[in-house]
Ligand binder design. Structure first.
Ligand code: SAH
Length: 266
């Protein structure tokens, strides 16, 4: 688990609370519900609906699942202008290249900018209509355009899916900002075995395999090198290495007890 204050109290979610998703003139209430769910999953809560064609709607509630509270709190307005009036940064998503190019961001850059600026002023991510996206006028009312680099032969994502991609990037950027580095699940409950302990292990391994008759301990050829490579890849932790050492010792004890005959003396 990535541990984060973004998961805990509302006070800590300040940057995400200042980033709103604006859906312009959505036709399908299911997409509004899907977007609400995406927002809540990623820790956002501000949903603005510009003249939705059908809202409130049972289908929206159904698709929102546990995020129906975001639908209750959604701000419904008549124009995009009203939805972004107090925003210092407005980014519009577009599935296509436009005739007049506008400063264009990847979703990752968009997430980073949103998180960087949200502590100072409200930030808006604007999404268009299912059938024809945003008008040129609407696009030109925004500071940046964001394009999800999808398959050029089929680049238009479902509206709620496009929202999910963008809010995921916002969350990743927020986690990175909070943790001061890339998000990673590389945490382990035990420290890796130390190099000096690995060397002792390889000596022990060579001796035990020699006693077993598996290798010639004085001339192990490539076997020990290959086993070193295997354990270097695995990178055992200190406890795992302790288990391996114990295993070798138990094997040696057995050999010594049996005098190397493979069966304990009765
Ligand atoms: N047929 C429309 C696509 C609308 S898809 C058009 O050609 O513009 C509905 C909305 O989802 C878009 O307005 C945009 O907000 C978002 N969207 C879909 N695919 C996207 C992509 N590849 N990049 C960015 N936004 C996308």
């Amino acid at each position: 688990m990535v541990k984060s204050s973004l998961d805990s109290s509302p006070r800590d979610t300040a940057p995400l609370d200042n980033i709103r998703v604006v859906l312009v003139n959505s036709a399908h209430p299911g997409n509004i519900g899907g977007a609400a769910r995406a927002l809540k999953n990623m820790g956002l809560s501000q949903l603005y609906l510009v003249a939705p064609r059908e809202f409130p709607a049972a289908n929206a509630i159904w698709r929102a699942a546990g995020a129906a509270d975001l639908l209750d709190q959604a701000v419904v307005v008549d124009t995009l202008e009203e939805a972004v009036a107090d925003c210092g940064l407005v980014m519009a998503t577009s599935a296509r290249e436009r005739r007049i190019p506008w400063p264009l961001l990847t979703p990752r850059e968009c997430g980073a900018r949103a998180v960087a600026e949200a502590p100072s002023h409200p930030v808006a991510l604007v999404f268009g209509r299912e059938d024809r996206g945003l008008t040129n006028e609407e696009l030109q009312a925004c500071n940046f355009h964001v394009h999800i680099p999808a398959n050029p032969d089929y680049s238009s994502l479902n509206l709620a899916t496009a929202v999910q991609v963008l809010v995921y990037e916002v969350r990743m950027a927020a986690l990175e900002a909070e943790q001061g580095g890339p998000v990673s699940y590389a945490d382990w409950d035990r420290p890796p075995a130390k190099a000096s302990d690995m060397e002792l292990y390889y000596e022990h391994l060579q001796a035990a395999l020699g006693e077993l008759g598996f290798i010639d301990a004085d001339n192990p050829r490539q076997t020990i090198t290959r086993l070193r490579r295997l354990f270097s890849r695995v990178r055992p932790d200190d406890m795992e290495l302790g288990i391996l050492r114990g295993w070798l010792t138990a094997t040696q004890n057995y050999i010594h007890r049996t005098g190397g005959k493979g069966r304990p003396d009765s």
